[in-house]
Ligand binder design. Structure first.
Ligand code: KG4
Ligand code: ZN
Length: 350
């Protein structure tokens, strides 16, 4: 059976054709270039972009899959969490296709879809039970996954999501949006000459929750302080003078190390607490090479098996929606034409 996956929860318009773990086509277009000058996603712009491109993306996905629309056996769509106006476009398209083709419809939780994106791989699939870490621009959470559709929330961020923290740090350093890739790139050039260290927040020894606002504020104070010093040194009249490249690189490195260490340590702690041998990561921040390196090292040290999605499935995409939709369908889940956009959809403990 072929599944048509549709994703429009934020600024990516995605349509994919999947069969189990096999991806026949995965097409994504993003309105990110339109949001850049605002330093973050503007919901109205994102919504309009989806309306403009959804049909084109659908046609391209079908064309790349080399399969006609009639071969689609199931329609899976993200129905939350996300921006309500953005979600509506994908849901409306999915309902129209489901109704027109006479095929079943399944609503998919975007956060859980990220968690299962590591299954879209040719290698061995992650084995249940596993500890799943979702790290994106809107979410940072740890789950214990017993089987598809049966999971328990173990901990989550108490303030900013880790991707959001990357975005904010990039903004205050004047590096642009989205922040993750630019902070990672700047950090790679760091030589550590400034010896910067930012505090890590653990929220208690056994806590599986996260907090990133403290690191973000520490970066803000450090940058302001350095700007004042530069200002005095250069006797400029400029407000917020630009920091040197080597200093920016060191700030990015120190921030990234502190943020990623908390993710890795808590993921390994969760695996130990629940006696699980497999850890799985998903979401935009899973594209970060340093996170992959650190978690792989943590996994070896703790005798765990770590699974990462391919980079193309880390950021928002519809292949992960198609995969999870099909799995949930096989477990009996069905949605109907009353399926609604749920901006604050939570992952149910089941
Ligand atoms: O999963 P995603 O595409 O959208 C949400 O569901 O939020 O994640 C986007 C987030 C952004 O905050 C972006 O800065 C971050 O993922 N991100 C990264 C990297 N690439 C994207 N963060 C760290 N390192 C990266 N290489
Ligand atoms: Zn996402």
């Amino acid at each position: 059976m072929l599944t048509l996956g549709i994703e429009t929860s934020c600024d990516e318009t995605g349509v994919a054709v999947t069969r189990g773990r096999h991806v026949l086509a995965n097409v994504v277009t993003s309105s990110v270039h339109l949001h850049k000058k605002y330093g973050g996603v503007v919901p109205e712009i994102a919504s309009r972009y989806h309306v403009e491109y959804i049909i084109e993306v659908l046609a391209e996905a079908l064309s790349r899959s080399k399969r006609p629309l009639e071969d689609i056996g199931l329609v899976a769509v993200t129905n939350g969490p996300g921006l309500v106006g953005a979600l509506l476009t994908g849901i409306s398209a999915a309902k129209a296709l489901s109704f027109g083709l006479g095929r079943p419809l399944v609503g998919v939780n975007h956060v859980l879809a990220h968690l299962y994106s590591a299954f879209l791989n040719e290698g061995p699939a992650p084995r249940f039970p596993f500890v799943g870490l979702v790290v994106s621009g809107g979410h940072t959470a740890l789950f214990l996954c017993e089987e598809v559709g049966r999971q328990r929330l173990l901990g989550q961020t108490q303030d900013d999501a880790v991707g959001e923290a990357f975005d904010k740090v990039a903004k205050l350093l004047g590096l642009g949006y989205p922040g993750g890739p630019v902070v990672e790139k700047a950090a790679m050039a760091s030589e550590g000459i400034h010896g910067i260290k930012f505090p890590k927040s653990y929220l208690g020894k056994d806590s599986l929750d996260f907090s990133f606002s403290g690191i973000k504020t520490a970066v803000l104070y450090y940058v302001r302080d350095r700007q004042r010093t530069e200002d005095r040194g250069q006797r400029t009249e400029k407000k917020n003078p630009k920091l040197g490249k080597d200093l920016v690189a060191d700030v990015c490195y120190a921030f990234q190390e502190a943020a990623l260490d908390a993710l890795v340590e808590k993921t390994c702690l969760a695996a130990a607490m629940y006696g699980v041998k497999t850890v799985v990561v998903g979401g935009g921040v899973a594209a970060n090479s340093r996170l992959r390196e650190k978690l792989s090292q943590g996994a070896v040290f703790n005798n765990l098996e770590a699974h990462f999605p391919k980079k193309e499935y880390c950021l928002d995409n519809a292949a992960m929606v198609g995969f999870l939709g099909e799995e949930l369908y096989k477990k009996g889940l069905r949605s109907d034409l009353y399926l609604s956009a749920e901006p604050n959809l939570e992952v149910c403990n089941a």
